[in-house]
Design a protein around this ligand. Structure first.
Ligand SMILES: Nc1nc2c(c(=O)[nH]1)N[C@H]1C(S)=C(S)[C@@H](COP(=O)(O)O)O[C@H]1N2
Ligand SMILES: [Mo]
Length: 500
């Protein structure tokens, strides 16, 4: 094996050792202090909006895995280079490793809510990388060994390092996943709602549309968190402060004693493309946020309620919306269970009618009353609108785009939504024919999506089907196409079907 290849591999093994041990140290120093996660987090917060939209469009909800894998590949290339460099100049290679440690430490300590201790995984990891690299480059370098013996010794040692590194990384993630937050979640007995949940009529579900109530495991997930915050409810509080006459802080025990209601609410992501699936309907258990705000007594000028999460993310909701009587909830349950960690355990906001980026703060710890003119929440400086009411939209779930069908009657079905306004009408158009009125399914409230169905007598040939909805305010979706940025996509969803 060429010396440079061997040195490069030694560099990669050393970097793996650093990351593995850092992952273990992060169990103590805080999960977001692991260098890959910390650097990835900085990237997430600073990539231009266009790159992020591209990543969501290409990788969807796997965008985080893509980012972490990409970062790991870049790091491996860098480590390979440092290994090769070490055979020429140890000071330069040492500087390369120090730079790696410094970048990790700088990223980790500047993450929201991070202390100086967050630097430890990166710094100790870098020190270990240096020792491992030096050790591996010496293996088999002793005189009087044959090339074959030396290669075998090197590969064995590098293999051991890589295995130990991977073991450390996996162990770290495993330890983090069975911390206090998970135990508390597993043991949580959800309080009962003050009244029964609305009953979903069987007819709310039509054949061919997605489930009216989205199973939790299929519920879309969107957030900036590379690893989900794990908040132990025992240490959780919600602070309501800022421009209020009566700042309050409630603990988890106090929250559980508050009146709880159960409501079906369909939430949607502003990044959802026309026809996209970043939308879901769940039964949320929570306490009305209006009552909590009334207790805090916001000043009349405080037109924005900024919610802040355990990992520092923020969103801003009009105070008036939270107090206008709609079912805006501080939610702790989803579909009859405690909130899953990815969906905001222990508590999150759910506000009917507003996109998630301006209303649905997960892992919420704080509500600060302020003014829109005084504070821009996370997505606003990144080019998204400060106001994010959900736009009236509709989607064809079947037939699927590109489907092949036989001539004759075909059931066209899907969903339409205009949360908190409600859907009044859905129409389907075949090719350039007239808009035909679809049959609407019943709904439990205007805060959920509404299913619809329409029978189309298909004739041979290629056809385009379009859908448009009209909400109860009388607004009908137009053909105007808009991208998700800055405040939600518009346009008619269209599928093509070939009939023969
Ligand atoms: N803490 C936190 N809460 C967040 C976000 C986030 O990045 N961090 N993203 C928001 C966005 S953009 C959406 S669309 C919803 C998605 O909620 P879900 O992942 O439970 O579907 O969460 C919102 N709450
Ligand atoms: Mo979103």
């Amino acid at each position: 094996m060429r010396t440079s290849i061997r040195a490069g591999l030694a560099g990669v093994a050393a970097a793996a050792a650093a990351l593995g041990v850092a992952e273990l140290l992060a169990v103590v120093a805080g999960a977001r202090s692991a260098p890959l996660v910390a650097v990835g987090g900085v990237v997430v917060d600073h990539v231009p909006a266009a790159v992020k939209d591209f990543a969501i469009a290409v990788f969807g909800t796997h965008d985080k895995t893509a980012l972490l894998s990409g970062t790991a590949i870049l790091l491996a290339l860098y480590a390979y280079g440092v290994g090769v460099l070490a055979t020429r100049s140890w000071p330069l290679a040492g500087a390369g490793i120090a730079l790696f440690g410094a970048i990790g430490a700088a990223a980790a300590t500047t993450r929201p809510n991070a202390g100086v201790g967050a630097a430890i995984p990166s710094l100790l990891g870098a020190a270990l990388a240096f020792l491992v690299l030096r050790h591996l480059l010496r293996v088999g370098a002793r005189p009087a060994v044959t090339e074959a013996e030396s290669r075998r010794a090197f590969l064995k040692q590098a293999g051991i390092v890589a295995a130990v590194a991977a073991g450390g990384g996996v162990a770290g993630r495993w330890l983090a996943s069975r911390g206090a937050a998970t135990t508390a979640r597993n043991e949580l007995q959800l309080p009962a709602a003050s009244g029964p949940a609305p009953v979903v009529p069987a007819a709310a579900q039509v054949d061919g549309a997605v489930p009216y109530v989205t199973p939790t495991r299929d519920f879309y997930r969107i957030d900036t968190a590379l690893i989900t915050p794990r908040v132990d409810p025992a240490n959780w509080t919600l602070k309501i402060h800022g421009m209020v006459r009566n700042p309050i802080t409630i603990t988890w025990a106090e929250l559980l004693r508050r009146p709880m209601v159960e409501r079906y609410v369909t939430i949607a992501c502003v990044s959802n493309e026309v026809g996209g699936d970043l939308i879901g309907n769940a039964l949320w258990l929570g306490t009305p946020i209006k009552a909590l705000l009334d207790e805090a007594d916001p000043l009349p000028e405080a037109d924005q309620a900024v919610q802040r999460s355990a990992d520092g993310w923020t969103c801003g909701t009009p105070t008036a919306v939270l107090r206008d009587g709609r079912d805006a909830l501080l939610a702790i349950g989803m579909n009859g269970e405690a909130l899953p960690v990815e969906h905001g355990f222990p508590a999150r906001m759910i506000v009917p009618g507003l996109y998630g980026y301006v209303s649905a703060c997960k892992w919420i710890t704080e509500i600060e009353l302020t003014r829109f003119s005084d504070f821009d929440a996370y997505w606003v400086p990144r080019g998204w609108s400060a106001q994010g009411p959900i736009k009236t939209e509709s989607r064809i779930d079947s037939p699927r785009d590109g489907a092949s069908k036989k001539p004759g009657p075909i059931v066209v079905a899907g969903v339409a939504w205009a949360q908190h306004r409600g859907i009044a009408k859905v129409e389907v158009q075949v090719d350039d024919g007239p808009w035909e009125t679809a049959t609407l399914a019943p709904v439990v409230s205007d805060d959920t999506w509404r299913q619809w169905t329409h029978t189309w007598t298909a004739t041979s040939g290629d056809h385009a089907l379009r859908v448009r909805a009209t909400d109860l305010d009388g607004y009908t979706q137009t053909s105007d196409l808009a991208d998700p940025a800055p405040d939600g996509a518009t346009g008619w969803h269209r599928v093509t079907v070939s009939v023969s």
